[in-house]
Design a protein. Structure first.
Length: 137
């Protein structure tokens, strides 16, 4: 059995063990808590984000409850184009590719500005807000 390293063993002239003794603190891996029904598939379904397309560029934006797509995107470093941020210019229009269930229903301003494009999946990024996590539909 080798002597464990101590402060005294590091004093010049004292002998230093060639291999420090390593003691394992854990003999078995820590237990992993499992929630009911958790799996990689259900975990993926819990990931809340939208994927939107604007002028041939696709952006993935993590859902932030009650924030607009635009403000969440900008905070996440996604360069969605915009101008007025008031639902008037239409510059921030994006087409939803994925995640429409994360968003609240379009308001009158979006309906007026987008018209028939709304049914094609377009939304105004500055007006579309993410649902709060407790909303169901
Ligand atoms: S930035 Fe003008 S409508 Fe959204």
């Amino acid at each position: 059995m080798r002597k464990p390293l101590t402060v005294g063993s590091l004093i010049p002239g004292r002998s230093i063990p060639s291999q420090p003794q390593i003691t394992s603190l854990h003999t078995s891996p820590a237990p992993v808590a499992k929630k009911n029904g958790s799996s990689s598939t259900s975990r993926q379904q819990n990931v809340q984000h939208v994927r939107v397309k604007q002028r041939d560029q696709v952006f993935q934006v993590r859902a932030v409850p009650r924030e607009t797509i635009l403000s969440a995107a900008l905070a996440q470093g996604q360069a969605i184009e915009y101008k007025c941020q008031q639902g008037q210019c239409g510059k921030c229009a994006v087409q939803l590719i994925e995640g429409s269930s994360c968003l609240s229903s379009p308001g009158n301003q979006e309906k007026d500005k987008l018209g028939s494009k709304l049914s094609q999946g377009y939304r105004l990024a500055c007006q579309s807000t993410f649902r709060s996590m407790t909303q169901n539909s």
